[in-house]
Design a protein around this ligand. Sequence first.
Ligand code: SAM
Length: 270
Amino acid sequence: MDRPNWAPEGVDLHQPSIARVYDYFLGGSHNVAADRQLGEFMLTTEPQFPQLVRANREFLVRAVRLLVAQGVRQFVDIGSGIPTFNNTHEVAQNAAPDARVVYVDVDPVAVAHSREILAGNDRVAVIQADVRDPDKILSDPALRALIDLSEPVGVLLLGLLHYIPDSAQPGGIVGRLRDATAPGSFLVLSHSSWSTAIPDMAQMQDKYNTEVGAELTPRSRDEIVALFDGYELVEPGVVEYPDWRPHDDTVAIAPGGILTFYVAVGRKPG
Ligand code: SAM
């Protein structure tokens, strides 16, 4: 297989990656045959994946605009993915040109492509890091150069924490990010949820985990609400995507699908 010029040396293109399968569902161009094959298999179980991931991006747009309207000018987007459209810095800087954004992802393709498209934008930085080590992210010199932790920050964890199993304590990770940020900071979260009692879903989850090397962990609405410990939920709270402040751009999701995206925004009081 010819190595595409966007794939850094060392990236195994025979193994699908979380970021590249997601890029495939979003209609991006940073995916290879292995990603597309796994994506197509997933569509046989949940045909609405493309709508669900577009809905997730649409939520990002509305949540970032809301935070800018609340005066937030700095954002840390963790598990940011391969840039496609409606990236956090575009949304934030369109609304407030002085907004600063730090992107964080473990995936080398996501990081390389982010660096490429962001070259020359001195209000954006990209860090390759794992959300499981929030202190490393928070102390990274690139983050500290742009983000003043004594001022409110919008922390985005979109489509990320379902990759963090309970054993890695996602609540502890969110708690560390909450404690390190100033009062008036926000947490923007989306998290998927499904029943592992559905045989097709359990089979899809096993195949996905084996192929990309993940530990997908769906969570119930109550478990997702608990991730907002120490935050005040912004109206309408933790809801399924179509119910979060619906408006003209809300992506249509057919009811009765087996995968749900819960979304919410929380504000650190004070
Ligand atoms: N946040 C983007 C969005 O909502 O459109 C992308 C979501 S994509 C489903 C999940 C992203 O999280 C991928 O880019 C993947 O590489 C990244 N990721 C997965 N596990 C991670 C970890 N432990 N630390 C940091 N990033 C991670």
